[in-house]
Design a protein around this ligand. Structure first.
Ligand code: S3P
Length: 166
């Protein structure tokens, strides 16, 4: 089968849902954030600090093209759609957008200090979500609202969409 690419804002549950799907379908799991950290031997926060966001985005684009496009569950970083080259690359893939409201994201991440974009006090994260939303929707093969659902419900929704439509 075509790999399942999960996209969505920070805190939308991509990593958790990807693990659930990988377990359920007995498929390997890839995570572009982990791939960047492994390839460059640095934590993402350190890459941001040492080289800045643009360099991180370049690394992220490189690892995206190295993901397995068949028989794999791929969790992506929330900013994967920031680069047109990534948007184009994802265009003919099986992409699921985990659509989560600002309130839910904010509550989940309010104490998070691990994500450089989230921790950047100068950035309006709610505005960033609004700005990214149209691209997430445009890239997605299917959009799955997640508010108020368990990981099992979200995972089952994804499987239903894939099996019913594909
Ligand atoms: C980012 C999201 C992060 C990570 C990096 C940048 C973003 O991934 O790629 O900190 O720009 O939204 P998660 O969505 O897994 O938190």
């Amino acid at each position: 089968m075509d790999s399942i690419y999960l996209i969505g804002f920070m805190g939308s549950g991509k990593t958790t849902v990807a693990k659930w799907l990988a377990e359920k379908l007995q498929l390997p799991l890839q995570d572009t954030d982990d791939m960047v950290e492994q390839a460059y031997g640095m934590k993402i926060s350190d890459i941001f600090e040492a080289y800045g966001e643009e360099t991180f985005r370049t690394f992220e684009s490189q690892v995206l093209t190295q993901t397995k496009t068949k028989d794999c569950i791929v969790s992506t970083g929330g900013g994967i759609i920031e680069r047109d080259i990534n948007v184009n690359w994802l265009q003919n893939k099986q992409v699921i957008y985990l659509q989560t409201s600002w309130d839910v994201i904010f509550n989940r991440l309010k104490n998070d200090a691990t994500r450089p974009i989230w921790s950047d006090q100068k950035k309006d994260k709610q505005a960033l979500l609004r700005k990214r939303e149209s691209t997430y929707l445009q890239v997605a093969t299917y959009t799955v609202p997640t508010d108020g659902k368990t990981v099992e419900q979200i995972g089952s929704d994804i499987l239903d969409l894939i099996y019913i439509n594909g």
